[in-house]
Design a binder for this molecule. Structure first.
Ligand SMILES: [Fe+2]
Length: 471
């Protein structure tokens, strides 16, 4: 049996290639849209991709399953267990609980494990060349290392009112099902630490049923009521692009142009166009010193894809400010969240001056300077962190507006209102400050170092709030 895991750091997402070396047949589970990586790997290993499947209708990225099946001639197997509303609206071979996928000597059983989503399935893999007991289970977003997938996305991302509790109860039943597998069975989940599909995901790439039975709170919990309460509390904010991803994934994701390359725009380029969104991927510090008017600063780091999905308009083209060697990776990351049109890139934001006018700056203020001068500059202080972070401790008087909600909230600000934004360490507030500037606020300051720096000041006052969600 051949087995390979592909891990995308930006999404903290894992996809898998499983094959039978004797017959050369192979299956890909949960592919991303840049499908050439699976085709290349299969070719390298002398395998043919004969089957493509996914564990569930994803909310955090656009699936590459349809495109990969079309490109490889593979059978596309998708769960039909989700009920009328969550049946795939494109051609596929339906998968049901108990169905087997045979790849030569490798036998894969479908296990319906609803809860994170209604149609969710896991895949129990047996390598019959080695033995008759399963060797591993691919659990998608049902079971992670140390946690289970959140059951509230259907309600909070897809707007199915009242579904969070029903889904949590289904998830509890699914945990009872997985407990019946032998302890030695390896568990390969669909996400690692950093994903918003759960709240306490472990960093290890895999685990075993036995280890999870001992250490995963969700498998250990015997009371359904306690399970439901625990799993629904303390979940991170739901990125609002999750709803859009789910519907596109259900209805059929358009093909992504894997071969396309972003072009470098020259200084006098007119191709930027007024409808383009300028996404400046440099550090907060570089951006603050000088950037094109209207540019959104989303630094090229581990959170790029999440904030791009959350804050960009998928129907408008993007112009990147980025280093040449990073452009292709960034284009793929944007494609993962459905922002498909990258019109081009510049390495130096000055190259955009002919279309976007003179460069702008955003003042950075240290925690110490801010604490010293606050009385002289009352203004509005905005904490853009999560609800939990804000509740656990914030600068007195700060208003909580999560970064994902800032665009809507900004409608209530005047263009000359003094606004100071902060987060934990200055990263998210950099994005926030650029967003506010781009929306026409002229008096925005970013508290560099964020709450972490503020908290370390001698005599720093910290306010806690009741709105904390118990974790
Ligand atoms: Fe998911």
């Amino acid at each position: 049996m051949y087995f390979e895991r592909f891990f995308d750091k930006g999404l903290a997402q894992a996809s898998y290639l499983i094959g039978c070396q004797q017959t050369g047949e192979a299956l890909v589970v949960d592919p991303l849209r840049d499908v050439d990586r699976y085709l290349d790997a299969a070719q390298r290993e002398g395998l043919r991709i004969t089957h493509v499947t996914e564990t569930h209708i994803h909310a955090d990225f656009l699936s590459g399953a349809r495109q990969l099946a079309a490109g490889s001639g593979a059978q596309l197997l998708i769960s039909d267990e989700g009920g009328e509303d969550w049946l795939p609206r494109y051609d596929h071979t339906p998968l049901h609980d108990g169905d087997r996928i045979q790849l030569g000597r490798v036998s894969i059983e479908t296990l319906h494990t609803p809860g994170h989503t209604p149609e969710h399935v896991s895949f129990v893999v047996t390598d019959t060349a080695a033995g008759n007991e399963p060797v591993m289970v691919l659990t998608g977003d049902f079971l992670f290392v140390g946690d289970v997938g959140r059951p509230d996305l259907l309600e909070n991302a897809a707007g199915v009112a009242g579904s969070a509790e029903t889904s949590a109860r289904r998830l509890f039943s699914s945990t009872r099902r997985i407990r019946r597998l032998p302890e030695f069975v390896q568990v390969w989940p669909g996400h690692g630490a950093g994903s918003a599909c759960g709240k306490a995901l472990g960093a290890l790439p895999s685990t075993t049923v036995g280890y999870e039975l001992r250490f995963n709170w969700a498998l250990r919990e015997e009371s359904e009521e306690r399970f439901v309460r625990s799993v629904l509390s303390g979940q991170p904010e739901v990125p609002d692009y999750f709803g859009r991803m789910k519907l596109t994934n259900r209805d059929g994701v358009p093909a992504f142009d894997v071969e396309a390359r972003a072009v470098k725009l020259d200084a006098l380029s007119k191709s930027v166009g007024s409808e383009a969104q300028i996404v400046d991927t440099r550090s907060v510090e570089s951006f603050s010193r000088g950037h094109s008017a209207g540019a959104l600063n989303i630094p090229d780091d581990g959170s790029f894809v999440t904030w791009a999905g959350w804050l960009l308009d998928p129907n408008r083209p993007v112009v990147l400010v980025a280093r040449r060697e990073r452009v292709e990776e960034l284009r793929l990351a944007l494609g993962r969240v459905g922002v498909d049109e990258v019109r081009g890139y510049v390495e130096d934001p000055g190259d955009l001056a002919s279309v976007s006018g003179p460069m702008e700056t955003i003042p950075l203020v240290s925690a110490m300077e801010y604490a010293r001068s606050r009385d002289d500059h009352p203004g509005t202080l905005i904490d853009v962190r999560s609800t939990d972070e804000y509740a656990a401790g914030h600068i007195p008087g700060a208003r909580h507006i999560h970064l994902g909600d800032l665009r809507d909230a900004a409608r209530n600000f005047g263009p000359d209102q003094a606004l100071t934004v902060y987060c934990e360490s200055g990263g998210r507030s950099g994005i926030a400050a650029s967003l506010l500037r781009g929306l026409g606020m002229n008096n925005v300051t970013n508290l560099s170092g964020g709450f972490a720096a503020y908290r370390c000041l001698d005599g720093a006052e910290v306010e806690r709030s009741e709105e904390r969600v118990p974790g």
